[in-house]
Design a protein around this ligand. Structure first.
Ligand code: GDP
Length: 430
């Protein structure tokens, strides 16, 4: 059976922690989209780790970690990551990389930086890890699959052809140094050596795993609102963040995905530019940022301070709907224990009208939040393991949000660790 763990919002919802927790009962964990541009933070018995490419199941001896064909694979970054785990005494994980995954090339990273420089103040807030140029090339059919490393002659021809095109851009548009195809071939030979032990036909491997009754987890990166089709286009990422894409980015039949666990944070945060209706500023934002997550809301990959806001029911309901949510995992609830009252965004006011439907981008940019204040619980809820033991106002907060979003909250996370989880029966769960 296949379960997907995906985000309802702008990313950083705590998917890493939920995947790490669910991986205990899984056999295979697959990354199916995105690249090393975002990260998951995981706290477990080995310490605190920031993962960028590896799935969050790498800490268990019994799991196989898979990089699916939908991922933007940065081979040196993957290698550093494996090494950093081994250096900290994590047993060497079992890793498989799809022969159909495409590689982030050194020039993708450079082009990403050059484009951000060119756009200056009008930039998209890219993490400059080459993701947008990578996916552009994939769909322009000038990308490189891992499998191509193993056919040197064809590879050489293609490298020369692609370099010709990239060099025109580098010279005339960006006025930057050109790529030397011979040197690039050398780099690719290195990549081949690094990746060879891990390469396999991932979809065949997963088919076999399904036949054997294994449990497969699909781990999403970012969240619905960063999806290129359904998110806040163009302030989105370049690959689909939806559970449905898990079927494509891993190479499995869509009907095998039986559970879709959508992770929602108890307040909002976002990185990069783009509409963020319930955004907070000034001291209120600073305080939530400082108290948020596990040691503050700063990007796992970039260290950038995250933008902060109140929980957004409009965005989250939409986010859960597009994922096809069967269960909501509601995270970082413990962080809100300091507030007397907790505002929640229950509607958007656009040109004088209030709506609960998440609109297209130009309307979203005009939306103002309609806030409702709920009473706080003013205590620390870490360590609580039973839903009934949570303070009444805290349960009311969870239940109010469940009613607003319309999807069952079956897990409540009250701390960053694996065991900081409360399972809950929801009336919405059929
Ligand atoms: P992801 O990309 O969705 O995996 O999210 P990140 O790892 O970027 O951000 C989530 C942050 O919140 C990490 O620092 C986690 O350790 C932390 N975290 C996850 N769940 C909880 C929780 O329930 N409470 C607290 N306090 N922190 C949490």
């Amino acid at each position: 059976m296949v379960k997907a763990v995906v985000g309802a919002n702008w990313g950083d919802e705590g998917k890493g922690k939920i995947t790490d927790m669910l991986a205990q009962q899984a056999d295979v964990i697959v990354r199916f989209q995105g690249g090393a541009n975002a990260g998951h933070t995981i706290v477990n018995d080995y310490g605190k780790f920031a993962l960028h490419t590896l799935p969050s199941g790498v800490f268990y001896g019994h799991t196989t970690s898979v990089i699916g064909n939908g991922v933007a694979l940065n081979i040196p970054v993957l290698f550093e990551e494996i090494q950093s785990l081994v250096d900290r005494k994590v047993p060497r994980p079992k890793i498989l990389v799809s022969d159909r995954a495409q590689m982030v090339m050194p020039y993708h990273i450079l082009l990403d930086q050059y484009e951000e420089e060119r756009l200056a103040g009008r930039s998209f807030g890219s993490t400059k890890s080459g993701i947008a140029p990578f996916y552009s090339d994939k769909y322009a059919k000038i990308g490189f699959q891992v499998s191509e490393l193993f056919d040197e002659e064809t590879l050489k021809e293609k490298v020369e052809r692609v370099c010709e095109q990239k060099n025109v851009m580098l010279e005339h548009m960006y006025h930057k140094p050109l790529i030397d195809p011979a040197q690039l071939m050398e780099t690719l030979r290195e990549y081949k050596k690094m990746i060879e032990p891990y390469v396999c036909d991932v979809s065949a491997f997963l088919e076999q795993a399904l036949r054997e009754g294994k449990t497969i987890l699909l781990e999403g990166q970012l969240g619905t609102l960063k999806d290129p089709d359904h998110g806040i286009y163009p302030m989105v990422t370049s690959s689909s963040t939806l559970a449905a894409y898990g079927a494509i980015g891993a190479g499995i039949p869509p009907y095998e995905i039986k559970e879709i666990i959508t992770v929602c944070k108890a307040y909002s945060s976002a990185v990069g530019a783009g509409a963020f209706v319930s955004e907070l500023f000034g001291d209120e934002a600073d305080e939530l940022r400082r108290r948020g997550g596990d040691g503050g809301e700063f990007g796992a990959t970039t260290g950038r301070p995250r933008r902060m806001g109140w929980f957004d029911c409009v965005a989250s309901r939409y986010g859960c709907r597009l994922q096809g949510t069967t269960d909501v995992a509601f995270t970082v609830l413990d962080v809100l224990g300091y507030l007397d009252e907790i505002p929640v965004c229950v509607g958007y006011e656009i040109d004088g009208e209030v709506t609960k439907e998440f609109p297209v981008t130009w309307k979203l940019n005009r939306a103002k939040p309609v806030l409702k204040k709920l009473p706080g619980w003013k205590c620390n809820i870490r360590g609580i393991r039973k839903y009934e033991d949570l303070p009444e106002n805290c349960r009311k907060y969870v239940e109010f949000i469940e009613e607003q979003i319309g999807y069952p909250i079956t897990m409540v996370s009250n701390g960053p660790g694996r065991r900081d989880i409360i399972y809950r029966e929801s009336l919405l769960k059929k």
